[in-house]
Design a protein around this ligand. Structure first.
Ligand code: FAD
Length: 400
């Protein structure tokens, strides 16, 4: 089987590639490090603004929203190319890919004016306030309360794992507005200005990045939010939660398979490179076998991704999503561990200057990748939840 695109799609790809190669900020301009998923350094602001002005930020949207009405297949090619070149689109992915599409779907005209264009132009950034200490997989169990007093809501409660909250301008915050209603009813969504009095963000230190924390605990104590910041109807936030997560899933098909392909390329490069003393991982038949198996699995997942994307583009249900999310994230974790173990003690010390093949980040990074890979098996629905979905919705096994 040979998969290929029609001429029009290939022309779209060439135009995009030429644009990216001509305009991508050079590495030295990208010096200012990105602190968190809601921190937009100056170079990233300029780059996102250029993408927006050139119709390459969200190509599936109309030109006035930074797009060019690209077809679903063209959007797939867009994400393929970005992943292939390792090009960042936005430094605030939750703002661009989850929150703004939700405001376009559910927000008032005034909210669209106030938030959509400034976010697309990288002038403001967002965090997503869903998870709480007792509401993660079971999001509907959230308890942060918002009581309506005249023209304001008063918010009290706590969120956790809120990526980028300490750098974000706004929080897209899921709150309980009717405690007497059934669990999934009585939830609403508010846009909360992160400068409001009564908000405290406490960054959570991460094992994988000692210098920058992305996660936060966020505490709300009598935080006042104007009633016009309610997104969608009062007590109907559950539908928005479903819609927001669907936006997040949309492009997983392609980014996940491209990510695996890049990981395999990296494994092959590490295996080929000579280690101190002349040893090469590629000389170990067991590791060759491991990499070959991972390659076959990644190819199978890529084809599953294309199939899922084709259904997604037609608006059909695509239960393959859970299979891809589950197997892709676990393949990533398994390969990173196998590579790290094959490197052995040489791969353990993250601070060595003379790390194998003289490239500290690339070689020792397999253990970092392994530690980071746990996040993919949790964020966006844990592996256990994906298995439940596959069992119940794909295989039709009885619900627990
Ligand atoms: C990188 C990353 C970024 C994140 N960013 C954000 C963010 O910006 N905003 C935000 O709101 N949240 C964010 N989260 C939080 C994420 O949404 C939650 O971690 C996730 O939903 C799981 O919830 P939890 O951590 O409370 O675990 P829990 O739901 O408490 O689960 C604990 C364990 O129990 C298992 N479990 C739970 N329910 C079941 C079940 N029914 N059947 C079988 N097993 C079950 C889980 O699989 C898991 O192993 C982020 C998480 C990560 C890893």
């Amino acid at each position: 089987m040979r998969l290929h695109y029609d001429e029009e799609t290939e022309a779209f790809r060439s135009e995009l590639r030429a644009f990216l190669l001509a305009n991508l900020p050079p590495a030295e301009e990208r010096d200012e490090p990105v602190r968190s998923s809601a921190h937009i350094p100056e170079w990233a602001r300029r780059w996102q603004r250029l993408l927006f002005d050139s119709g390459w930020l969200v190509p599936g949207w109309p030109p006035e929203l930074g797009g060019r009405n690209a077809t679903a297949v063209q959007q797939m090619v867009y994400h393929e190319e970005l992943a292939r070149l390792g090009v960042p689109r936005s430094c605030n992915p939750q703002g661009l890919s989850i929150i703004i599409p939700s405001i376009v779907d559910y927000g008032t005209e005034e909210q669209k004016q106030r938030y959509v264009l400034p976010t697309l132009r990288a002038e403001i950034s967002w965090c997503l306030g869903m998870s709480e200490p007792n509401a993660g997989s079971d999001l509907a169990g959230l308890r942060t309360r918002a009581e309506l007093h005249g023209d304001r809501f008063v918010v009290n409660g706590q969120k956790v794992w809120t990526s980028g909250a300490h750098d974000a301008d706004y929080c897209f915050c899921f709150v309980r507005t009717d405690p007497a209603a059934a669990k999934h009813a009585g939830i609403s969504v508010l846009v909360v200005d992160m400068e409001s009095p009564g908000i405290e963000t406490r960054p959570i230190a991460e094992l994988t990045d000692r210098d920058h924390a992305d996660f936060n605990e966020v505490f709300f104590s009598d935080v006042e939010v104007p009633v016009e910041n309610l997104v969608g109807e009062l007590h109907h936030g559950w539908a928005i939660a479903g819609g927001s997560l669907a936006h997040e899933r949309g492009m997983l098909w392609i980014s996940e398979s491209m990510g695996l392909e890049k990981l395999l390329e990296r494994a092959v490069a590490t295996a080929r490179a000579p280690l101190p003393g002349g040893r090469r991982l590629a000389d170990d038949p067991a590791l060759r076998d491991t990499i070959a198996r991972a390659y076959v699995q990644a190819q199978a997942l890529k084809l599953l991704g294309y199939r899922g994307f084709a259904k997604f583009a037609k608006g059909a249900a695509s239960p393959e999503h859970s299979v891809l999310k589950l197997l892709g994230s676990e393949l990533r974790r398994g390969l990173a561990l196998d590579m790290g173990e094959a490197l052995g003690p040489e791969g353990l010390d993250m601070d060595r200057d003379d790390a194998p093949s003289g490239n500290r980040r690339d070689d020792t990074a397999w253990f970092l990748l392994w530690m980071q890979s746990f996040s993919n098996t949790i964020a966006g629905g844990t592996s256990e939840i994906q298995r439940n979905i596959v069992a119940e919705r794909v295989l039709g096994l009885p619900r627990r």
